[in-house]
Design a protein around this ligand. Structure first.
Ligand SMILES: C[S@@+](CC[C@H](N)C(=O)[O-])C[C@H]1O[C@@H](n2cnc3c(N)ncnc32)[C@H](O)[C@@H]1O
Length: 212
């Protein structure tokens, strides 16, 4: 039974047009097309930028970001899984929820202010919504906390979020610190998945948050 389910998944995966496109275009994952679709609407990555990519492995989003920032920019990628190197991308391996890793990332970015934080992080799912939803919201909230610590005023944040408990409050809180917040469901995101991407632009800046 489990084997036939596995075989169906493999068949569907191989027939998936985004999987075929990623093989043709040399991207490491079909996820690259989700970011490309978001960027086509929101044009957020320019040459010279510093982009931080959270939950980056196997590297599809980092490949897209590195191509757009060009050699004058930098991409810093973090994942708990090891990831093969990509030209122009500095890779940090560790668990983002670990305070030491969070601090290491802050250190790595250092004084250089970040233009964009992108997060496609997702926890391993158990299939139990009451367990999976709080886990994923925790990751998303931590990503937003990092973004508010390292982004330049005017900077942007793109994150995957699963719709469910905590989602509305999360979007509402982002609207307090970013001037423009939109929700996107790229075609490359499977229709049956509850995932959406929140695109938050024009960060008001750390100093203004502290003043309020
Ligand atoms: C959907 S995949 C990302 C795909 C990637 N954006 C790409 O284009 O190839 C989600 C990633 O989040 C990572 N992840 C989940 N929880 C994490 C955590 N606590 N710390 C670091 N990475 C995490 C997983 O290891 C996984 O590689």
């Amino acid at each position: 039974m489990a084997k036939s389910k596995d075989r169906t998944w493999i068949k569907q995966h191989l027939n998936d047009r985004y999987v075929q496109m990623s093989q043709r275009d040399g991207y490491r994952s079909r996820a690259s097309y989700k970011l490309l679709e978001i960027l086509a609407k929101d044009v957020l990555i320019k040459p010279g930028m510093l982009v931080v990519d959270l939950g980056a492995a196997p590297g599809g989003w980092s490949q897209v970001a590195a191509g757009l920032v060009t050699s004058s920019g930098t991409v810093v990628a973090l994942d708990m899984l090891p990831m093969d190197s990509i030209s122009g991308v500095t890779v940090l391996t560790g668990d983002f929820t670990d305070a030491t890793v969070f601090a290491q990332l802050l250190n790595l970015v250092g004084e250089r202010k970040t233009d964009l934080v992108i997060s496609d992080m997702a926890p391993n799912v158990t299939g139990v919504r009451d367990v999976d939803q709080p886990r994923s919201m925790y990751l998303v909230e931590l990503a937003a906390e990092l973004a508010s610590n390292i982004l330049l005023p005017g900077g942007s944040f793109i994150t995957k979020v699963f719709q469910g408990q905590g989602y509305d409050e999360f979007v509402r809180d982002l609207r307090r610190v970013f001037n423009r917040v939109s929700v996107r469901k790229p075609d490359a995101s499977r229709a049956k998945s509850r995932e959406v991407y929140v695109v938050a632009k024009s960060f008001i800046g750390r100093e203004r948050i502290e003043d309020e």
